[in-house]
Each structure stands twice: as C-alpha cells, then as structure tokens.
Design a protein around this ligand. Structure first.
Ligand code: BGC
Length: 740
C-alpha cells in the first residue's frame, strides 16, 4: 500500500479499531476461545475487543496461524491482518547455541548466518516478528537472563546485535542494502529490553536499576542504538525502573532518547503486562492512569495487559489523551504490517511445505554444529586434549549431561526435541566402546526450575547411579565429566544467589578424582559458574554453555580435535559470587590493587583477589599463537586522520587453529574517569602451523568519543594507549596523541 492509502485507512477506522491495533494478546485466546492464563488472567476482553486486536504472540505453526489469520481478517471491519510475534532467540527448530555462547564466537558473520536461518525457519512457521535481539548489557552472572545476552561488552554487543538484525531482516538500513521485510524468509526484529534491564540490583529478576545517566548512555545504550541504526523494526521496553521510573512509562527514555536522539521511527511495544505493572510499582492508581503514562511515554503496543483495551478510547473521548497520540502509534503499526507485505498476503511465508523442507534440515544442522563448536571456550588443557579416536585408551563419559538432550537454555521450543544430539550420541559417531554413566541427577534435591518444577529425587537410585559411574571411572584411562546447570535454571526468572554447581555434582567430581585424576570437565551452563575446585581437579576444562540441537556432535568434534577450540569469553569468569559484578572495562580507583592481592589500604577484598578467574576475551586453542608487539602508523592523530595499529600473529603450535585478535583502547586522562580498557576491534584469523599473518585495525576520532564532564559526546585531546592481544588482560601496547 502507498502511504496515502495507509493514511486513508487510518481516517476510516473507528477509535475502537485504532486502539485495537495497539493491543497484543496471546494467540491461545484465538485458538481456544477466550482463555488467558498466567499474568494475563485479568485481561477481561469481550469477543468484540478480541476481534479488533492488532497482534498476537506465542504461537507458531503454519497451519494454525494461517487459520487464525484467515478467520481474523475475514471478520475485521477493515480486514487488517494480525502481526504474529514470537520469541525466537537462538533458533526455531534448529536450536543454535544460546546468545551468550554466540557472543563467545566473537563472530558477527556466524551470528548473522544463525539469525538468517532462524528467520527462515520462523517465517515458514508463520512468525512475522521475533522478540530478539536482547541487547541488555550484563555484568552480573546471578541474573538468569545473562544467557540471552551476548555478554558484558558494549562494543561486542553492538556488533553482534547488528548482525542479528541483518540476519532476521535480510539487510541493513545503514549500509543502504535493500532492506525488504516482504522478501521470503525475512522477519522483523524487536530489540529489547529498553533500557538497562541487564543491571537489576543484586542480579534479582525484575529488580530496580540504579546506574547513572553517564553509565546508561556510555555502557548500556550503545548496543540498542546500533541495532536501531541497522534498521531494527521494533523495540520492546523493559520491566525495570531506571531513575525510579518504570521504562514503559518513562517519557524521557522513550520519546527523548529513543525516538528523538536515536531516531527510532518503528514500533515500540511494552514487555509482557508491563503497562499494568505500573500500578504495582506504585506510579499509577489504576489501569487508566497506567495507560495514560504509557501512551504519553510513546508506547505503541500494550503487550498482554488490559490498560489500553479498556481505557484508551475513554481517555481520548474525555480529552485526557490526544487522539493524535493514538493516530501516530497506529500509523507506525500499519506501516510495519505494510512493510511486511501483510495487506497483500496476510500469511506471509507461513507454509507447511516450507516447514517440511526447512525445519532442522541438514544444512541448518550443519551450521548449528559449526557454530556450537566455535562457541566453546577451552579454559585449561594440560596436554590431555584432544582425545584420540583411534587409540586403545579407554574413555568414560560421566555426569548428568552425558546423555541429556535438554541443552538449549530457555526460550527454545523445538517441535521435535528428540532431534537433539547428546554428548553420548555425538561421541558414538567418533569412537566405539566408550563407557557412559550419568553418576547423579542434574539438579540438587529441593532445587527449583524457573517453571516451578522441584527436584525431589523420587524414583532415582542415587547409590546405584554413583557406583556405576565410579566403576567406569576406575576402568577408564581418561574420564570426561559432563557437569553443569539444568537448562530450566537459565533465563527469565532464573536468578541465583550462588554460582556454585549443585552439591551432588561436586561430590561426584571429588569421588571420581579419587579413583582417576585424568579428568576433562565439560561445563554446560547459561552463565559464568564458580570453577575453582573443578579447575584444581581437572586436567582440562571447557565451557560449552547451552549448545543446542547439535550440541553433542559439536562437543565430540572439539574433544576429538576435528574442530580446534576457538571461542573466547564474552563475559568475565569470577572466582566466587562475591566478586560480582566484575567486568574487564572497569575504572581505575585512587588506590589500585596492582597484583590483585596487595595488603593495606588499597582497592579490594581481605579474603579474595580482585582478579577474575579468567578475563573477558580469554580462550585457549589446541595450537599456540604468538602475537607481536603493536606498531602504529603514526604517533599523533588529528580529527580526520585514520591511524593503523598492526601486529603479526604466528601459529607456533601443531594444529591449524583460529585466533581472535582483540584491540583495546585506553584513554589515559579524561575530564571524567575512563575505563581501563575498551574493546574496539576484533579480527579472527585461521593459520596453519608455522604460518603467520599481519592483522591491522583502524582507529579514528569517532572511536575515542565519550560523555565528558559536561555530558557532551566528544573526544578529548591527549594520550591514548592501543593494546592488541589474545584477551583483555594483554599488556602489549603502544601510545599515540590525539590532537583536535
Ligand atoms: C520477556 C520478553 C519476551 C516476552 C514475550 C517477557 O516475559 O521479558 O523478553 O519477549 O515475555 O514472550
């Protein structure tokens, strides 16, 4: 439709129809005729209200969604189709590694490919919009949703967020690509959760956020902004408060920062029931006041609450809310429907035929396998890995994750979860005659998952499980221990006060270690976990996060050396939960603790070092790399100059391997305290043994800008250091002067 036609359509719509466009309800209302559960139970909607809504969420499947759409469009007074939204965050049927693991690939290319496949599968299943990417910066591993973020770095999150947007939407606004949401296999992205949802106090889900405007702007907003610039079609507001105001009613945040400063002109949706939650927050008397706050803040769609549907029309009629606010929101929603081509084809790409062809097809699974292997981070290896396929040595795979298929993390809803490859199944493809024993359950007795399941060990013979595992460990030359979190303890509402692995798993480790000390430990988790004892008792440790559909194959590939590890930590690993929040791009205190353990009146703890267990960017390979000193193309840089920083990387080991070369900058003196290091460039290079190559990074003045003492976004003349190395702890540096 042309713009003019959309405007005419708007003019022709009744106020109730317009408000309907601004309401999203769960799809199950349409399928089962009026039943709403969970936090939405209070949405008492009449049949007429339901017949006018603009969008639905949480249902996939070409057949059902086409049926829902057909019935809906036929009955709607203007035949306006529904937008269909769903959380497809790391895959639809082919489940890729969780976003935190995707962060550890440090590869926008790979992340874009995964997003593209995700979009193709989701589109075939009838989805128009995915609630992804989640670009919340996270520095606290206690928060359950750390698994949904790509880590702790604003720059890396921005690069990977842009890659996801390109993958979903099929192009980029910024590069002038032909971004066409109508094209088959493209869906709209919805970045979330605006803003700063990743910094809840104490890591507690839905908690208040207390960060300064400077930190908000400098650390938390850049990734959202990058995705907006890339052309992300939608934005979701967050549950949390910032500056004591819930985001869904924060006019400054939405109208000033998001729309005016960032230039976002797409559709803004609240998080689930978040508008009505302003009553509970204590800033709205009732649904009517909550609706008023939200529309004035610029919220276009009310996700599953009754605030808009019940009160918006009345607020307009009484003159308390301007109709123009409703009109501008509805125009944005109609425009998105039009951009997706829904007026011509309300079903878009929903197709049972394409579902059969595309979902978890060989090509998609191959990508899932490659991506998972690239996301694993090898933390320690005392020459025990890789394992040999052909040798006579006996291997025992022990632990609750050995034959566990629940390795997706939350928000993964494959129709056929039985298609997931476990470690056992993956290893069986490589080597015969290995022993496999679970040893103990995944969860501790009494532990709960996010959905409320409580582990009670009923029907489990713990002694028998353990004995079988210890027998296998005794017989084996090497033990591969597969430990970690339950996938139901990751994601929304899965915050934890402890980062320790469950007690029965630590006991298993200790007992196995007594009979066999040749241990390789594979850790499954959706967050950084405490690893001190695991490192002490293992000769090798590898983090595999929640690796998805092809997890078992990818793990076998890496353990047996068919894929040489290349992942790097996208988040700092703390030694203990007491160090949290801990992140590499921190600030120099007036009393720095130079080696982390210095006594006296310096920054730090009495009972713990300030150093992390492993720094951001860290990860080993089976081969070795040497990175030369840094050289710069000039010692001085003017405002319009481009400086080149160079190193030579050499593979000095025995395997073909991939190194992720990282460039960090430091602003030595500023009008406000600057981070000790900031990632500003990444280059992945694959080298044969003995081979070397030059890696160079460009530095320009824009990369040096920050919010200065007057909150202006500028760079300041002075000295800068350029670090290039294999992780954030690198000390190899060269300095230059910025003169502007
Ligand atoms: C989550 C969002 C999600 C939405 C819809 C909320 O509980 O916070 O991230 O997109 O539900 O499922």
């Amino acid at each position: 439709m042309e713009w003019k036609e959309l405007q005419n359509l708007l003019k022709d719509m009744s106020l109730e129809e317009k408000v309907g466009q601004m309401v999203q309800i769960p799809a199950k209302v349409m399928v089962s005729g009026g039943i709403i559960t969970g936090p939405a139970e209070t949405v008492e909607m009449t049949e007429e209200m339901i017949s006018l809504v603009g969008s639905i969420l949480n249902r996939t499947g070409a057949k059902t969604l086409k049926q829902i759409q057909k019935n809906f469009v036929e009955k709607h007074p203007h035949h306006i189709p529904l937008l269909i939204m769903f959380d497809v965050i790391n895959g639809m049927e082919t489940i890729f590694p969780i976003p935190l693991a995707q962060g550890c690939t440090f590869s926008p290319k790979l992340v874009e490919k995964m997003a593209k496949v995700t979009a193709e599968e989701a589109a075939a299943r009838g989805v128009h919009v995915t609630f992804s990417p989640m670009l919340d910066l996270v520095r606290d591993a206690r928060w359950g949703r750390v698994m949904e973020s790509t880590g702790e770095d604003p720059w890396l999150n921005a690069e990977l967020g842009k890659a996801m947007v390109r993958g979903y939407q099929g192009g980029s606004k910024i590069s002038g690509d032909n971004l066409d949401l109508k094209r088959e296999g493209n869906i709209a992205g919805c970045l979330k959760h605006f803003a700063a949802y990743g910094a809840p106090e104490g890591g507690r889900e839905y908690d208040n956020v207390e960060i300064s405007e400077r930190s908000l702007r400098e650390d938390y907003l850049p990734a959202y902004q990058a995705a907006v610039e890339e052309g992300c079609a939608m934005v979701m507001s967050s549950f949390n408060t910032w500056n004591r105001i819930p985001s869904s009613g924060n006019r400054w945040l939405m109208r000033k920062v998001l729309r005016e400063e960032m230039g976002f002109d797409g559709v803004l949706i609240s998080d689930y029931a978040a508008i009505e939650e302003m009553i509970c927050h204590g800033i709205a008397e009732d649904g009517k006041e909550a609706a008023k706050h939200a529309i004035e803040a610029g919220m276009d769609i009310d996700m599953v609450s009754s605030a808009y549907i019940k009160h918006l029309a009345e607020l307009v009629r009484s003159g308390e809310v301007l109709e123009s606010l409703v009109d501008e929101a509805v125009m944005r929603i109609l425009k998105l429907k039009n951009d997706l081509g829904l007026f011509e084809n309300p079903y878009k790409d929903a197709s049972e035929e394409m579902e059969r062809l595309l979902l978890a097809c060989d090509e998609h699974r191959a990508l899932a396998r490659e991506a998972a292997a690239a996301s694993f981070v090898l933390l320690k290896n005392e020459e025990i890995l890789p394992l040999e396929k052909e040798s006579e040595e006996k291997l025992a795979f022990i632990g609750p994750h050995v034959d566990n298929a629940q390795i997706y993390g939350s928000w993964s809803f494959p129709e056929k979860p039985e298609g997931t490859v476990t470690v056992k199944q993956g290893v069986e493809q490589k080597k015969n005659g290995c022993m496999y024993e679970s040893g103990c359950p995944v969860m501790e007795k009494g532990a709960v998952t996010r959905s409320g399941y409580r582990e009670d060990y009923s029907g489990i013979n713990l002694e028998q499980m353990e004995n079988a595992a210890l027998e296998a460990a005794k017989k084996a030359d090497k033990v591969v221990l597969c430990l970690g979190e339950h996938s139901g303890q990751t994601g929304e509402c899965a915050s934890k006060a402890s980062l320790r692995l469950p007690q029965q798993q630590l006991d298993l480790l200790r007992k196995v270690h007594r009979v066999n000390s040749n241990i390789v430990t594979v850790i499954f988790s959706g967050r950084p976990v405490e690893l001190k004892e695991i490192l002490e008792k293992s000769k090798a440790v590898i983090m595999v996060w929640m690796p998805g559909t092809e997890g078992g194959n990818a793990i076998a590939d890496v353990l047996f050396g068919d894929h040489v590890p290349e992942g790097k930590l996208a988040i700092t690993l703390p030694r203990s939960v007491g160090q949290v929040p801990i992140y590499y791009n921190c600030f120099m205190t007036g009393r720095p603790n130079r080696d982390g353990n210095s006594p006296g009146f310096v920054n730090g703890y009495l009972d713990e070092t300030t150093k992390p267990l492993y720094p951001f960017g860290y990860g080993l390979s089976y081969t070795k790399f040497e990175i030369s000193d840094v050289t710069l193309s000039a010692k001085c840089m003017g405002k319009d100059d481009i400086l080149r920083a160079k190193v030579t990387v050499k593979n000095t080991g025995q395997y073909v391997g991939t190194e992720t070369v990282q460039m960090y900058l430091r602003d030595v003196k500023g009008s406000v305290v600057r981070p000790v290091k900031m990632l500003r460039g990444v280059e992945k290079v694959t080298l044969k043994p003995g081979e070397s190559c030059e890696v160079s990074f460009e530095i320009n003045e824009k990369m040096l800008r920050f919010y200065n003492i007057d909150m202006n976004y500028v760079s300041e003349s002075g000295e800068f250091w350029v670090y290039i190395g294999s992780d954030s702890s690198t000390e190899k540096k060269e300095g230059f002067l910025l003169q502007i």
